[in-house]
Design a protein around this ligand. Structure first.
Ligand code: PGA
Length: 259
């Protein structure tokens, strides 16, 4: 089963409009001459306030090499939800992906598995692709509950999602202790947990659908780590935070994930 890799940059709360435009243009320029079929699917997720300017620099000028994502959304279509942004509002910018369930959202903003499930269902209904994050804390890892915790996050996030829709979601395995710490999870261990995720998907959606799901690794991905990560059987790309904020390192990571 060949799954097209994805390299997604999660810019988190960085970059105003001018900085976002500069960054996306630098990425665009660096990859514009690369054969499209050799490239992984390249995704950038700016802050909401930069969706417009990034969209203008990719979607509106026909750049097919970079796709737009949001870092979050709300599952209701509209209404009295101060501070929230709906999926249709994000889709309006030409976004194709929405990251949900990032550990920062779960830990700092108290997002629950139930909310993440509602978001996943609404994103799929809108015809976009959720990038569903999961991951264990250091404490959970030390207690030996990593696998059961991750499996439970996956099952809950995908409750009531049709098996054929599950085939199209993207999952990001991001051990929390590896995010922004410079401590990358060992590639073989990341691959092992990703296999646990794939087996969980097979239980809920069947083996054939599970084999289609692209599962990314995230947590201190760097140009120096990507080749080894991509060489693993089940790692289908990366969700990159810090190293996606500089065009040079992000492009190195993209190149490291090329066929
Ligand atoms: P990091 O962040 O690459 O800076 O560790 C990854 C993420 O949070 O998605």
């Amino acid at each position: 089963m060949s799954r097209r890799p994805i390299i997604a940059g999660n810019w988190k709360m960085h970059n105003n409009r001018a900085e976002s435009a500069k960054l996306v243009c630098a990425i665009k320029e660096a990859i514009q001459d690369i054969d499209k079929d050799a490239l992984p699917e390249v995704v950038v997720a700016p802050v909401f306030t930069s969706l417009g300017v990034v969209s203008e620099n990719i979607c509106h000028c026909g750049c097919e090499r970079i796709k737009l994502a949001a870092q979050n959304c709300y599952f209701e279509p509209k209404g009295a939800f101060t501070g929230e942004v709906s999926i249709d509002m994000i889709k309006d910018f030409g976004a194709k992906f929405i990251i949900i369930g990032h550990s920062e959202r779960r830990q700092i903003f108290s997002e629950t598995d139930e909310m993440i499930n509602k978001k996943a269902i609404a994103i799929i209904e809108a015809g976009l692709t959720p990038i569903i994050c999961c991951g264990e804390t250091l404490e959970q890892r030390e207690l030996g509950v990593t696998d059961s915790h991750i499996a439970s996050q996956i099952v809950k996030a995908l409750d009531n999602v049709k098996p054929s829709d599950i085939a199209n979601v993207v999952i990001a395995y991001e051990p929390i202790w590896a995010i922004g710490t410079g401590k990358t999870c060992d590639s073989t261990e990341a691959n092992r947990v990703i296999k646990v995720i794939r087996n969980t998907l097979a239980q809920i959606a069947g083996r054939e659908n599970a084999e289609k799901v692209r599962i990314l690794y995230g947590g201190s991905v760097k140009p120096e780590t990507i080749k080894e990560q991509m060489a693993q059987s089940d790692i289908d790309g990366a969700l990159v935070g810090g190293a996606s904020l500089k065009a040079e390192s992000f492009v190195e990571i993209i190149k490291g994930a090329m066929k």
